[in-house]
Design a protein around this ligand. Structure first.
Ligand code: WTA
Length: 710
């Protein structure tokens, strides 16, 4: 494999900025057409649907998605580009998201389950929440929020795990136009605090505890840390609303703070049966913020709209998730990520289906758990990530066969999936009966950008498939030349046109929004013509002759750990808060289950000697500031970093060391002698720990080789 690579790229001749242009050999993995039984019932089974979304019909084509919703007032303008690239969809239209996901289903689905919540302990019964009950709970919680003086346009932060109170809280906020910012529960209190401060929230909603891998975690303690971290940045939190995992009984060891912390069940008692009219909001009003990592230390609050976003997730849920009202749909992602927002809560509920929520870890208490849940609840649409698939395959390859469940449709999302892992998903989990969609998209994009239409297109393992309906992607090189389909060359995947689900801005950082996503290929910053503003996704990709895209991974300094984006700068700036640390560099290491894990290299200030204690300090700082998901696999305290003459740390060199790959050309380094020293230190320690690497694929080799190039 390494030989093939040498044939196609001569590193010496490639400038750093054009390293995204890497030739990639395409091994055709064969096509998997949908079974006729699937096609017969599919929401999209006629290829003519594509003709409704061709470029000449843009942007009006997307009214087909908006028409899936109930509007108080129809829009006047489908797409307003006057403040490009701050796109405005369905301008003049008014609607309410909570009304669309709840109220409008009462007429014919009041007693159907909207949500089924599965607690992690298997001795606790699952809870089905009907649309009527959801309506009651959303209204009562909206009444609570209103009583606190919150109103449209205010921000509220949720730091909630996978409990039904989270979608209730989201829908209650949406009912009033309060902009919610849900922070993944696995993030630390400090990380939540940074996001509270950035969004300017005065209210935090949390729970006392929840189950993970058999343990009832104290989650309330993180609220205290969050409030403190936010205060340090000048943001005061007035109220912390604490839902109780077991109503009436407090499950956390951390005390409540007098005057600030309140039990939600106590507050709800005063609002029993109260109805709060949904507020008619503008289509362009913000619905929520979702923070994601980028190339600086400050996370980006991606702001999503009310009308465009809901239209896009409803439309894509219908055609790509193939959701019908009678399906039982289970997305095993966490609502704390964009996947959960779009494809557990908003898309499925807008379509009036039954959406399953699972509290715990997939392999608890054993690797049969997901399949028992699927059987018990009659799940027929299943949605998860490559990391979860790899893990379930590793610990229980034969488990799916033991359970009598039947999926018609499965999704994989968030990371590239190895064809071999794809085939286990298809054959063992899907039992050869289910179609698979590999959906490529991002926090910023609101919904799918690349995927097969499951009732029409055959799947091809390792490829997300063609562009989603109405999406016009192209692969460009660094000089904005088009990389043609079938050329076998990789480049930057770019979307030429706006779409309704695209985020509106980065909260509080409009310049960063333009510079990160649109400046790269824009030639006229004054233009109000959308053709001049291609969206730069930050992913490398190839397009095969059949028009299927294969996503290779990030081209920026972002590491995708188990499908979660971690910015290297974010990790490094935390390491630098440790007093002894002079320099820090984070690099990805290929991992058989989590896709990538982080390794951290640090060098110390003069006068300090390497020690296990300093290592622990760095590790603790990262866990405290970001969360356990960012915990580095190894921390290497090295005598010096490999640096260019201008003093820039050459991350690709240490990434190669950690991955046992070729360090490439090091003649441009100011201190080339350090490379061999580090290599010996790191690789002998890894051998001693039994961290012996497998042979990397070409895609993986390319990623390591160009890591940190930008
Ligand atoms: C990666 C998750 C390969 C990609 C929805 C993207 C994928 C980043 C796929 C966004 C896929 C997402 N195949 N890679 N099907 N889907 N990615 O914001 O690098 O958490 O830029 O959104 O995940 O991650 P995010």
């Amino acid at each position: 494999m390494a030989d093939d690579l040498n044939d196609v790229t001569d590193e010496d001749e490639v400038s750093e900025s054009s390293e995204a242009l890497i030739a990639v050999h395409w091994r055709d993995e064969g096509y998997y057409p949908p079974p006729p039984s699937f096609v017969a019932q599919a929401n999209a089974s006629d290829p003519a649907i594509r003709e409704q979304f061709t470029e000449d019909k843009f942007p009006d084509s997307f009214t087909a998605y908006a028409d899936l919703l109930t509007w108080y007032k129809p829009w006047d303008t489908v797409l307003d580009t006057s403040e490009a690239p701050f796109w405005k969809w369905f301008v003049g239209g008014e609607l309410n998201v909570s009304y669309n996901c709840v109220d409008r289903h009462l007429a014919d689905k009041a007693n159907k389950a909207a949500l089924i919540w599965v607690p992690e302990p298997e001795n606790e019964a699952h809870q089905a929440i009907t649309y009527r009950e959801l309506y009651v709970r959303v209204n009562e919680f909206a009444a609570v929020l209103k009583s606190l003086g919150l109103k449209a346009g205010d921000r509220i932060t949720f730091h909630m795990p996978m409990v039904p109170e989270l979608p209730v809280a989201m829908l209650a906020a949406a009912r009033l136009g309060i902009v919610h910012s849900q922070v993944f529960a696995g993030f630390s209190g400090t990380a939540a605090g940074h996001r509270i401060a950035d969004s300017g929230s005065t209210v935090l909603v949390t729970v006392d505890g929840y189950y993970r891998s058999g343990e009832l975690l104290d989650h309330k303690v993180k609220a205290d840390e969050a409030v403190e971290a936010a205060a340090k940045e000048g943001q005061q939190v007035d109220k912390v609303l604490v839902f109780r995992r077991y109503p009436g009984q407090y499950s956390a060891a951390t005390p409540m703070v007098e005057g600030r912390d309140v039990f939600v069940d106590d507050l709800l008692a005063a609002h029993k049966g109260e109805i709060v009219e949904p507020v008619a909001l503008k289509a362009t009003d913000p619905l929520f913020l979702m923070y994601t990592s980028g190339t600086t230390g400050r996370p980006k609050g991606c702001q999503h709209s009310t009308g465009g976003y809901l239209s896009y997730v409803a439309g894509t849920s219908k055609f790509y998730q193939d959701i019908h009202p009678d399906d039982t749909y289970w997305c095993m992602a966490d609502i704390g990520w964009i996947t959960g927002h779009s494809y557990i809560v908003y898309g499925p509920l807008a379509l009036g289906t039954t959406s399953v929520l699972y509290e715990g870890t997939p392999n608890y208490p054993d690797a049969g758990r997901p399949w028992r849940i699927a059987k018990q609840l009659g799940v027929n649409i299943f949605h998860t990530s490559p990391t979860a698939i790899r893990m379930l395959r590793k610990v229980g390859p034969d488990e799916p066969a033991k359970y009598d469940y039947h999926f018609k449709h499965m999704t994989t999302v968030g990371e590239p999936i190895e064809p071999e892992v794809w085939r286990w998903y298809y054959e063992s989990v899907g039992k050869g009966e289910a179609v698979i969609v590999d959906t490529w998209w991002q926090t910023e994009t609101g919904g799918f950008l690349g995927s097969t239409l499951p009732g029409i297109d055959p799947a091809k393992p390792g490829s997300c498939g063609p562009a989603a309906l109405g999406i016009l992607p192209v692969i460009l090189d660094e000089d904005a030349n088009e990389v043609p389909a079938g050329s076998g060359k990789a480049g930057n995947i770019v979307i030429r046109n706006p779409w309704p689900g695209v985020f509106q801005t980065i909260w509080g950082q409009p310049e960063r929004f333009v510079s990160t996503y649109y400046a790269k290929y824009n030639k006229d910053p004054k233009s109000t013509d959308w053709h001049d503003w291609p969206y730069f996704a930050g992913d490398g990709a190839t397009e095969a002759a059949d028009g299927y895209f294969r996503i290779l991974g990030r081209v920026d300094d972002v590491i995708n750990v188990a499908g979660h984006r971690l910015g290297t700068k974010e990790l490094e700036s935390v390491a630098l808060t440790v007093n002894e640390v002079a320099e820090a560099a984070a690099v990805p290491v290929v991992d058989d289950v989590r896709g990538r894990v982080v390794e951290m290299y640090v060098s110390l200030k003069p006068g300090f000697a390497p020690s296990a204690e300093i290592e622990a300090k760095v590790r603790d700082a990262i866990v405290t500031d970001i969360g356990k998901i960012a915990r580095p696999k190894n921390i290497w305290i090295v005598p010096d970093m490999p640096k260019t003459r201008s003093g820039k740390i050459m991350r690709r060199v240490i990434a190669a060391t950690s991955n046992f790959t070729d360090t490439g050309d090091i003649t441009t380094l100011a201190n080339p002698e350090i490379v061999e020293k580090i290599r010996q230190q790191v690789q002998s320690a890894k051998h001693a720990k039994g961290e012996v690497p497998r042979e990397l694929s070409e895609t993986e080799l390319n990623e390591i080789k160009s890591f940190g190039a930008e």
